[in-house]
Design a protein around this ligand. Structure first.
Ligand code: AMP
Length: 561
């Protein structure tokens, strides 16, 4: 895959390479820009019918017969265009600007306008071009190219493998692969080396490792800053003048869902230009007490935001600053960044710094941990005061300490759904169990860890096929590693939390395969769904293989004791 991309990038002119990169990933802009290439299949069908001069029923019939809108379009257009002279080739710019116009069309009458614009584009296209245009905009292309593959290919195309680190750093600071590709191609590697955090471009968030006891963590971090680990949603706030944007950890722009937080930021951030981070938590409207994460998910909706804000108010607890008054401070130590943060804000009940303690006393930290749990937090995150902000990294400079459960039971973990098995009996017609994976961050793949069938309510079972429908695949995804043959496969996209009785070695699951014992991976025994849909998490935010290995080893140590 990388080799194909290298060839493609080398042959692409600098003025369109950003567009080529976005289109390769099936989009028009980087993640954090809220303009979606996607078009409903119904609209695509109408446009195709119009372009072919056929009744929609005929096109629908062809689609049913071929099973894929791209192939259907190719054969219908071939029929129609037979004998006509082939036209000039469509350019990347032409296709991109048409798709961009279609994506930006909103409001009354927009469906008709989209149909007409798309039909115009399809009439200009050769049959094979129409095939790929339609697959791209209906989300059926699914090349499965990960950001990391594009980074590799860019390094090889425009520099050499050793440049990979510089390019990745730029990516972690700006999250915009198209922009980096254009800079590399037109200005070279030196210009990419100068990248820094900028308002409006998402900085990929720094993440934490996990350990089982405060004592263990103190061996890694001296006199850590111990912060409450709030049970909410991570938000990166960008401010320029009165303009506020909020971004999620999945790189989405979520400003519209949190108008109250945006308002607080506008009023309480005293500086003109800033990027800061915090955890947003749902609170009880009457008592101000923190509520579990699930309550915050009511805010994840498109319509009725005003009522949701009233019904489910939220506060934000701030813990980091990455840029203040135009200055990128990601390379300053955490202690200093927090000081800059403190000076940049006016604290109020809804907008304030996290609770924290600086200590290297195990007892003291444990008591602080208990108070965090009592107040509805998940535990603590212990951070090195000297550490820089390591954009995009899960590092040992931040280590989380979560509540561990009774003796045998492991802590809950976040897994991504990659497959399903059809149900029987009461569950026939729906899914009987899901095949789930963790994330191997070193190899950028999703090895399976268990098959989970319990903990689902009837309601869950009924909704599951619909929730997962957009991610359905005919075959297993290129980045999924599985020893089991699922009935249905999915693109890794939806993250759920599960808990199990213990971690065991398993010959069929690929998590940590050959890492503990030859020909065996690690699996979760007796897993159940905890009812937490982690819609806020990207598949790459699932629990990692390294964390599972650490949990497995910790368990062994306890048994030995
Ligand atoms: P996890 O989701 O278990 O990987 O834990 C990391 C997440 O904890 C972050 O992405 C934040 O959303 C959240 N979090 C809560 N409190 C803090 C804090 N004080 N510092 C950093 N992250 C926090």
């Amino acid at each position: 895959m990388t080799k194909y991309l290298v060839d493609l990038f080398k042959r692409t002119p600098g003025d369109v390479i950003d567009k080529v990169v976005y289109l390769t990933e099936g989009r028009l802009y980087p993640d954090f820009v809220d303009i979606d290439i996607g078009i409903a299949e119904k609209i695509a069908l109408k446009a195709l019918a119009m372009a072919c001069g056929l009744p929609p029923e005929r096109v629908e019939h062809e689609l049913r017969h071929k099973g894929d809108i791209g192939t259907a379009a190719e054969s219908l257009l071939k029929e129609k265009k037979q004998g006509t002279l082939s036209r000039k080739e469509l350019s990347v710019e032409e296709i991109y600007s048409s798709l961009d116009r279609i994506a930006r069309t909103k409001g009354p009458g927009s469906v008709d306008m989209k149909v007409r614009a798309l039909s115009g584009l399809l009439s200009e296209a050769k049959p094979v071009e129409a095939k790929y245009i339609l697959r791209t905009i209906t989300g059926k292309m699914r090349l499965g190219i990960a950001d990391m593959t594009i980074l590799d290919a860019l390094a090889q195309a425009f520099a050499d493998k050793s440049a990979r680190q510089i390019i990745e750093r730029a990516y972690n600071l700006t999250s915009d692969l198209g922009d980096i590709a254009r800079t590399l191609c037109t200005e070279g590697l030196e210009a990419v080396r100068k990248y820094h955090a900028r308002v409006g471009r998402l900085v990929r968030m720094m993440l934490a490792q996990r350990m089982e006891s405060a004592g263990e963590i103190l061996e890694k971090i001296r006199r850590p800053i111990c912060e409450w680990k709030y049970d909410g949603e991570r938000i990166q706030i960008h401010k320029l003048g009165d303009e506020i944007s909020l971004f999620s950890r999945r790189l989405e722009n979520i400003t519209a869902q949190y108008p109250d937080i945006a308002d607080l930021a506008r009023r309480s951030l005293k500086v003109k230009e800033a990027i800061i981070e915090g955890e947003c938590v749902a609170v009880d409207a009457d008592t101000g007490a923190m509520l579990p994460f699930q309550d915050l998910m009511h805010r994840r909706r498109k319509y009725g935001i005003e009522e949701a804000v009233r019904e489910f108010p939220a506060h934000i607890y701030l813990f980091d600053a990455l840029l203040i008054e135009g200055e990128d401070i990601t390379q300053k130590p955490l202690i200093e960044r927090r000081e800059r943060l403190r000076n940049a804000i006016e604290e109020t009940a809804g907008f304030r710094l996290v609770n924290y303690l600086i200590s290297d006393n195990v007892k003291e930290i444990e008591t602080f941990f208990e108070s965090a749990i009592e107040n509805g937090c998940e535990g603590l995150i212990l951070k090195s005061g000297d550490s820089t902000y390591q954009a995009g990294a899960r590092s040992w400079l931040w280590i989380k300490l979560k509540r561990s459960y009774q003796s045998k039971m492991i802590e809950p973990i976040d897994v991504v759904i990659v497959g399903a098995f059809m149900g029987r009996g009461r569950r026939s017609g729906s899914y009987g169990a899901l095949l789930v994976s963790v994330y191997d961050s070193e190899r950028d793949v999703f090895p399976t860890i268990t098959k989970v069938g319990s903990g689902f309510t009837d309601e869950d079972l009924k909704n599951m096929p619909e929730v997962l429908a957009p991610y359905r695949l005919e075959h297993s995804h290129a980045r999924v590693e599985s020893g089991l043959e699922a009935d249905i496969w999915f693109t890794p996209a939806v993250v759920i939390e599960i808990i199990g009785d213990e971690l065991t070695l398993s010959p069929v699951h690929m998590c940590a395969y050959n890492r503990i014992r030859e020909n065996a991976g690690i699996a979760v025994r007796f897993p159940r769904f905890t009812h937490r849909w982690r819609m806020d998490k990207a598949p790459e935010d699932a629990t990692t293989v390294d964390e599972i290995i650490e949990m497995y080893r910790a368990r062994l140590r306890k048994i030995e004791l």
